[in-house]
Design a protein around this ligand. Structure first.
Ligand code: NAD
Length: 294
C-alpha cells in the first residue's frame, strides 16, 4: 500500500489528509501544531516528530503550508526534504505559493530525480472536507498520471495547467478574478441599497442579468441575502481576507516577472490591504463589503 507523508495539517491539510485515510492510503503526518496531529492519529495516521521523519520510507510527500517561505524551507532549507528523499519519490506541493518558488523546488527536485507537481487547490475548506477540491497542476503530464488516484481521493476536478509552476499561475489568475468580482459586486450592492433598492431584489436581478457572476451565485457579500454565505454569519468561516491579499500579492509578483499589466489586480490588492489595516484580515474576504457602507 502507498505510504504518503502529509506535511501541514491546517484548515485545508487536515480534511485533505482525512480523505486520503478514508481512501485507504497509509499516512505519516507532521505539523508544528500537535493538536492537529492528534486528530489524525486517532483516525489511523502515524504521527512524526519532524517532516524528515514523516517522509522516511514514504513513496509520496504532500505539503499544504501557508506560503512560499514555508515551502522553500521545507524542501530546500538546511534539513530540507529534497536532499533526503529517495530518487523516484513523488512530491505533490498543494500550497498556494509564488510560481517562481514552485519552479525553484521543481528544479532542485528534478536534479535528484524526484518527481514533483505544483498542485494548488480551489474549493475552500468545504471542498477539502467533501473531497471535491479542484487541483490545478503544473509539471510533467506523465507525473500527473502517477498522482491522479491520490488527487482523486481529495478532489473532483484535476486540471493539467501546463509545465512547472503553471498550476500556481492558474491559481493566482483565478483568485485575482474572484477578488475583482467580489469587490465589484460589493460596490454595486452598496450603490443599489443606498439608492433605495432591497438588497435581495437587487442581488437576484444582477444574478440573472449580464452582471451575474460567481459571487452573486454562491457568495453574496451583503448580510442576509444568502443564508449560508459568510456575510450572513458575521463574515466568519470561508476564505480569510489575509489569504486573498496574499494571493493578490502573488499575482502582482507574477505580473512583475513578465511585465504584464494588471491594474484591476493591483487595485484589488490595495483594497484588501486596507481591510487588513482595519483588523479584518481574519474575516472572510467578502468583508470587503464594509468598505462601501457607512
Ligand atoms: P493554515 O494556516 O490553516 O494551515 C497551515 C498549517 O501548516 C498549519 O497547521 C501550520 O502549523 C502548518 N505549518 C506551518 N509551517 C510548518 C512546517 N514547517 N512544518 C509543518 N507544518 C507547518 O492554512 P490553510 O488554510 O490550511 O491553507 C494552506 C494553503 O492552502 C495556503 O497556501 C492557502 O493559501 C491555500 N488555500 C487555502 C484555502 C482556504 O480556504 N483556507 C483555499 C485554497 C487554498
Amino acid at each position: 500500500m502507498t505510504t504518503i507523508a502529509f506535511i501541514g495539517l491546517g484548515h485545508m491539510g487536515l480534511p485533505m489528509a482525512r480523505n486520503l485515510l478514508k481512501a485507504g492510503f497509509n499516512l505519516q503526518v507532521f505539523d508544528l501544531v500537535q493538536t492537529a496531529m492528534n486528530e489524525l492519529t486517532q483516525a489511523g495516521a502515524q504521527p512524526a516528530s519532524s517532516a524528515l521523519q514523516a517522509a522516511h520510507d514514504a513513496q509520496v510527500v504532500i505539503s499544504m503550508l501557508p506560503a512560499s517561505r514555508h515551502v522553500e524551507d521545507l524542501y530546500l532549507g538546511n534539513s530540507g526534504l529534497i536532499k533526503a528523499l529517495e530518487p523516484g519519490t513523488l512530491v505533490l506541493e498543494c500550497s498556494t505559493i509564488a510560481p517562481e518558488s514552485a519552479r525553484k523546488v521543481h528544479r532542485a527536485a528534478s536534479a535528484r530525480a524526484i518527481d514533483m507537481l505544483d498542485a494548488p487547490v480551489s474549493g475552500g475548506t468545504a471542498g477539502a472536507a467533501a473531497g471535491t477540491l479542484t487541483f490545478m497542476v503544473g509539471g510533467a503530464a506523465a507525473t500527473l498520471e502517477k498522482a491522479r488516484a491520490i488527487f482523486a481521493a481529495m478532489g473532483k476536478n484535476i486540471f493539467h495547467a501546463g509545465p512547472d509552476g503553471a498550476g500556481q499561475v492558474a491559481k493566482v489568475c483565478n483568485n485575482q478574478v474572484l477578488a475583482v468580482q467580489m469587490i465589484a459586486t460589493a460596490e454595486a450592492m452598496a450603490l443599489g441599497v443606498a439608492n433605495g433598492l432591497e438588497p435581495a431584489v437587487l442581488a437576484e436581478i444582477m444574478r440573472q442579468s449580464s452582471g451575474g457572476n460567481w459571487t452573486l451565485e454562491k457568495y453574496n457579500p451583503w448580510p442576509g441575502v444568502m443564508e449560508n454565505a459568510p456575510a450572513s454569519k458575521g463574515y466568519s468561516g470561508g476564505f480569510m481576507a489575509e489569504l486573498m491579499a496574499k494571493d493578490l500579492g502573488l499575482a502582482q509578483e507574477a505580473a512583475q516577472v513578465t511585465g504584464s499589466s494588471t491594474p484591476m489586480g493591483a487595485l484589488a490588492l490595495q483594497l484588501y490591504r486596507l481591510l487588513l489595516k482595519q483588523g479584518k484580515g481574519k474575516q472572510d474576504f467578502s468583508v470587503v463589503q464594509q468598505l462601501f457602507v457607512e
